[in-house]
Design a protein. Structure first.
Length: 251
């Protein structure tokens, strides 16, 4: 039998190259070996608010102004920040341009498709370096690029580390400019290690109303529980199973 070659992946124009962002909004394609795409830029203080550390900027809350890739590269490459952030970030939230092919007053949201994908891949790769072993990244997007973003993140983080796609209803009015009224955005969630994240995730406590629904009439050592219907929508032999209660009775 012939050996299998290759892997499932998303391809696009100039995928093997990197992008250099210019201050006028242009992007330039460069080979990955070009020093400019990996340049570590110094972070210069522009101002402070409230109390700050006198000798350790990395311990303060930081607001970095500039291209995201340059900022991420600096956090990884500058020793004072690398000690504080590399492999230690529990959660990263990204709100990139959705690439809706529209122009807005603040920015142009009509990047060429391969530019957008390369931009996202390179930034996600840097984010992965910053994440802790149980960390996660949440990327905000809409239908414009959601499917392509998911496959790109499969490549960066591994398909096995996909956590979920959270659907968020961001508007309640009707959108008559589309064939179907779209009222939702997405949060595509990946973890450095999905199993580690699942064990350390910060669960919300139950409200008093939720807690009131739980009882422990049989002194189950695992704590209070709530009975819910166990029946399938349509009863048929292959969906019928005997259930043994804690007292040994089979029903």
């Amino acid at each position: 039998m012939a050996a299998h070659e290759g892997r499932l992946e998303l391809t696009w124009t100039n995928k093997h190259k990197r992008l250099l962002a210019h201050e006028d909004g242009r992007y330039e394609w460069l080979p990955p070996t070009d020093y400019r795409v990996a340049e570590v830029r110094l972070l210069h203080d522009a101002g402070t608010v409230g109390e700050v550390s006198a000798d350790d900027r990395a311990s303060d809350n930081l607001l970095i102004r500039g291209d995201a890739l340059n900022a991420l590269t600096s956090l990884i490459g500058l020793p004072e920040f690398a000690r504080q952030y590399v492999g230690k970030v529990r959660l990263a939230y990204l709100d990139p341009p959705f690439n809706t092919q529209q122009s807005f007053l603040q920015y142009d949201d009509a990047l060429e498709h391969s530019v957008w994908l390369t931009m996202m891949r390179d930034r996600l790769t840097q984010v992965k370096t910053l994440l802790s072993p149980d960390g996660s990244v949440w990327v905000h997007c809409d239908d414009s690029e959601q499917a392509y973003l998911k496959v790109t993140m499969d490549e960066v983080f591994g398909r096995e580390n996909f956590v979920a796609t959270v659907v968020w209803q961001h508007r309640y009015s009707r959108s008559n400019d589309a064939g179907l009224s779209v009222s939702h955005n997405y949060l595509v969630v990946y973890a450095t290690d999905a199993r580690a994240w699942n064990k350390s995730r910060n669960r919300l406590p139950r409200t008093s109303a939720q807690a009131a629904q739980y009882r422990n009439p049989d002194n189950d050592p695992r704590g209070p529980w709530r009975a819910i219907p166990w029946d399938a929508p349509n009863i048929r032999p292959n969906l019928s199973y005997p259930i043994q209660t804690p007292t040994g009775v089979v029903r």
